[in-house]
Design a protein around this ligand. Structure first.
Ligand code: FJE
Ligand code: FE
Length: 288
């Protein structure tokens, strides 16, 4: 039995397949792929794997947020304002691009560097705000553990613990590891869109009789007030759970620009090209 008024069920299961992206990088794209075009307010979820000299060299963003969560390895990022940083296993970089960022995101160690990058759309009223970063080292990430379930809370609240991350677009984003035989009942605000991305292992999501789902699958959830999960396998189950308040606004995307109209996209492209309205520093900058 589950403790929710209306338990969320899996309404779509998508296996994310590897595709090349950036320079010499491989991503498994789930949200933002052709099967899950747009789960408002989420635009993209990539499970990325990349080794030197590959990566994501100098590129712009406007109108949304990127959340980079390192699963295994080290990345450095540099932006056109001189902001640099290194994110290691378990660290999070929550970047609110707002009116404009130009940055590079590159491997900073030998071997394959792996992580998740989630793109969260901004409401039209927020698309041109000043860029900002919220950077969390692994040791500073809110964590909790109960009855064989460990959670790392990137944004939102679980097990009575809340992350300090400010979410411009109301969002929850957490990393669960469930030991064999454990179960989870996680409240999710009604009206928010929600999905699961399985990182490793396999588990039963939504209702007890559901078929298990395994790694690299994205599970889009139905409406409801919470998600129940059971790990009936002999190995740990690890997955990310994300949920966000829909913006219910038009989405017009041209690569790294996500606005509400073609005219605003045209403006973004001109601003980037001519170095205006937030892209002033773009013309003189390139990453090291
Ligand atoms: N426009 C556009 C086009 C192509 C890109 F590859 C990118 C981009 O940078 C990324 C796509 N997924 C990613 N996962 C992880 C990291 Cl660190 C970066 C990206 C981008 F922004
Ligand atoms: Fe980027």
């Amino acid at each position: 039995s589950v403790p929710f008024q209306s338990p969320r069920k899996v309404v779509k299961k998508v296996l994310s397949l590897s595709q090349s992206e950036g320079q010499g990088a491989t991503v498994r794209r789930s949200i933002g792929g052709h099967e899950v075009r747009n789960l408002d307010p989420f635009l993209l979820l990539d499970e990325f794997s990349v080794s030197k000299p590959g990566g994501f060299p100098d590129h712009p963003h406007r109108g949304f947020e990127t959340v980079t969560y390192m699963l295994d390895g080290v990345f450095t990022h540099q932006d056109f304002s001189g902001h640099t940083g290194t994110i290691r296993t378990g660290d999070v970089q929550w970047m609110t691009a707002g009116r404009g960022i130009v940055h590079s995101e590159m491997p900073a160690a030998d071997g394959v560097q792996k992580g998740l990058q989630l793109w969260i759309n901004l409401a039209s009223k927020d698309k041109m705000i000043e860029p900002r970063y919220q950077e969390l080292e692994s040791k500073d990430i809110s964590q909790a553990e109960k009855d064989g379930v460990a959670v790392r809370i990137i944004a939102g609240e679980a097990f009575g613990v809340r992350s300090p991350v400010y979410t411009q677009t109301p969002t929850m984003y957490m990393d669960f590891t469930m030991q064999p035989g454990s179960q989870l009942h996680q409240p999710i605000p009604e009206g928010w869109n929600a999905f699961v991305y399985i990182i490793e292992g396999e588990g039963v999501f939504g209702k007890e009789g559901a078929a298990p789902a395994s790694a690299h699958h994205c599970l889009v959830l139905s409406a409801g007030d919470g998600l129940s999960v059971w790990n009936r396998s002999g190995a740990p189950l690890r997955f990310a759970l994300a949920a966000g308040q829909p913006l219910n606004e038009p989405v017009v995307q041209q690569g790294p620009f996500v606005m509400n109209s073609r005219a605003q996209i045209q403006q973004a492209m001109e601003d980037y090209y001519y170095g205006r309205n937030g892209f002033e520093k773009a013309s003189q900058w390139s990453s090291a």
